[in-house]
Design a protein around this ligand. Structure first.
Ligand SMILES: [Zn+2]
Length: 530
């Protein structure tokens, strides 16, 4: 059976850029466009050319290879010709494949916001679409406030859509601009529009103000629309747009949708989608939502012992799709609720075989609970957990002992009069009775400590040459009566392996040092040192 083509339109760089607290640089925009291009969306909307210098520059060269690149702007202003409209001129000057015109489709807005007649608004729609087509571009119309407009005056809302369609617009996008429409209304209204305009020319632009943006997009799809708009991680004005990171796996992995519809996203690209989501969060400098469907750290995590033991028998028992299909991993959480079956399953995943009736397990469980009470969190620190388990179960060689360290942070004026801060660290370790002292300078105290610790590890030095610090995260929280600092560090090596370690202390440097030492010991074990 041939499947119908469904088009995905990303508006992260336009609507997503309206998110409170989000501000993309030119380089950010280029990176995001490349990310979307690799993911396989059909359209990347770049923003408004001419709105500011960054966007104007961004539109000088099309940033995508595969995806169609779209410029966004208003339909021509009423009362002037399309040739004399500077906004339309900026759109036509952009290096873009498609032009998206936003048009009023609610009669009330035409009167209040545009101050023109309903007929003049239709003329603007028609002239703008034709101007884009004459310039050799694909034309789209975003019918703003379509659903509210349709409820107020269905004939006028429809005539806006029909005018664009008859003028030759490739897509007529029905926008739930205020985000208040519910799925059953979206399905009914899109179904009515699809009797006038073919569904393969209709798009849906849903906002998440009732947490229904994804559901509304799927409702529009059921009613016939064949273009879905959305943004990475659901970014967008107010509560956001439909989340493409949730929609794409649903479209691909749910048989009733996959059997009917085909998108430009391949199974291979889908298996990178967790990474895409996290890379995007990294770029925004915000913590990934661990509860995000499909891609969050908790999406395939289970805590209760009874679930973990069922999972160990058959993963389908508690998972609606396979975590590997979206590049996520199954996490069996070690937590203060952990039962022994959790521990056994977690250890098996790490390659540590231990029987459920092994008496050392109770001891390990107590140890984990005691550490978690201190503030350690092993859910994000697999390597530290493995080390703890190996220490308790026996079988971790002592590679080196740390006799002490010191860190010095200095803020001073340099020779040219600029205020600089410099950090030096000295680390004293003992390896097989031999004392080694290393000093290093770094751009911060943790960097200096890391460099000093890794500078000379004697006989083990060759095993840690390819270590690379990938991520460093700090959380300060209230533990008992004092503030406690938890540091999570992620390291990687040339084999592509990545592992995370944790350190906890009232002192951030001390917490960091614990995590650094764990990371190195883990690497030594992994490399078969000693
Ligand atoms: Zn919007």
């Amino acid at each position: 059976m041939t499947r119908e083509r469904l088009y995905l339109f990303d508006t992260t760089l336009r609507d997503g850029a309206q998110t409170t607290g989000v501000d993309f640089s030119l380089e950010d925009k280029r990176q995001i466009a490349a990310l979307l291009d690799r993911l396989g969306v059909d359209y990347v909307e770049g923003g408004y050319p001419g709105a500011n210098p960054v966007d104007t520059k961004f539109f000088e060269h099309k940033p995508t290879k595969r995806a169609r690149f779209a410029a966004f702007g208003m339909t021509k202003r009423p009362g002037r010709s399309v040739e004399n409209d500077p906004g339309v001129a900026a759109l036509l000057a952009a290096d873009a494949d498609a032009i998206v015109f936003v048009a009023k489709s609610w009669d009330y807005h035409v009167h209040v916001a545009l101050g023109c007649t309903l007929e003049e608004n239709l003329e603007s729609i028609e002239a703008s679409v034709r101007a884009a087509l004459n310039a050799g571009r694909e034309a789209m119309i975003d019918c703003e406030h379509f659903f509210d407009g349709y409820k107020a005056n269905p004939d006028y809302a429809l005539s806006c859509a029909r005018t664009a369609y008859e003028a030759g617009a490739r897509w007529i996008v029905l926008c739930d601009t205020n985000g208040g429409t519910l799925p059953d209304e979206v399905e009914r209204i899109v179904g009515e529009v699809a009797r006038v305009i073919p569904g393969d020319r209709l798009g849906i632009h849903a906002h998440n103000d009732t947490e229904n943006a994804v559901a509304n997009s799927l409702a529009a799809l059921r009613a016939g629309a064949r273009q879905i708009q959305g943004a990475l991680n659901g970014l967008g004005e107010r509560c956001g747009n439909a989340n493409l990171i949730s929609l794409i796996p649903t479209l691909f992995l749910k048989p009733e949708l996959n059997e009917r519809f085909e998108t430009g996203v391949t199974g291979e690209a889908l298996s990178e989608i967790s990474k895409v989501s996290r890379t995007f969060d990294e770029l925004l400098n915000r913590a990934p939502n661990r509860y995000a469907p499909y891609v969050g750290a908790s999406a395939f995590a289970t805590k209760a012992g009874i679930h973990a033991s069922a999972l160990a028998k058959d993963t389908r028992t508690y998972e609606h799709v396979r975590p590997e299909s979206v590049g996520n991993t199954r996490a069996i959480l070690v937590s203060d609720q952990a039962g022994k079956s959790n521990l056994v399953a977690q250890l098996a995943q790490l390659g540590v075989e231990v029987r459920a009736d092994d008496p050392r397990l109770s001891f390990l469980l107590d140890e984990v609970k005691a550490k978690e009470a201190e503030g350690y969190a092993y859910e994000g620190a697999d390597a530290s957990f493995e080390l703890l388990a190996r220490r308790v179960l026996g079988g971790t060689p002592v590679f080196f002992e740390v006799e002490g360290f010191s860190v010095n942070v200095e803020r001073k004026f340099n020779a040219s009069g600029a205020l600089v801060s410099a950090s030096q660290a000295v680390v004293k370790i003992v390896i097989h009775g031999e004392t080694l002292i290393s000093a290093a300078e770094g751009n911060g105290p943790v960097n200096a400590l890391d460099l000093a610790l890794r500078k000379d590890l004697g006989v083990y030095q060759r095993y840690i040459e390819d270590l690379e610090l990938l991520d460093y995260r700090v959380r300060v929280f209230q533990g008992g009566t004092d503030a406690v600092t938890r540091v999570l560090i992620e390291f990687g090596d040339s084999s592509g392996a990545r592992w995370s370690t944790v350190g906890v202390s009232g002192n951030i440097i001390d917490a960091s040092f614990q995590a650094l030492v764990d990371a190195i010991v883990y690497k030594l074990i992994k490399s078969g040192a000693g």
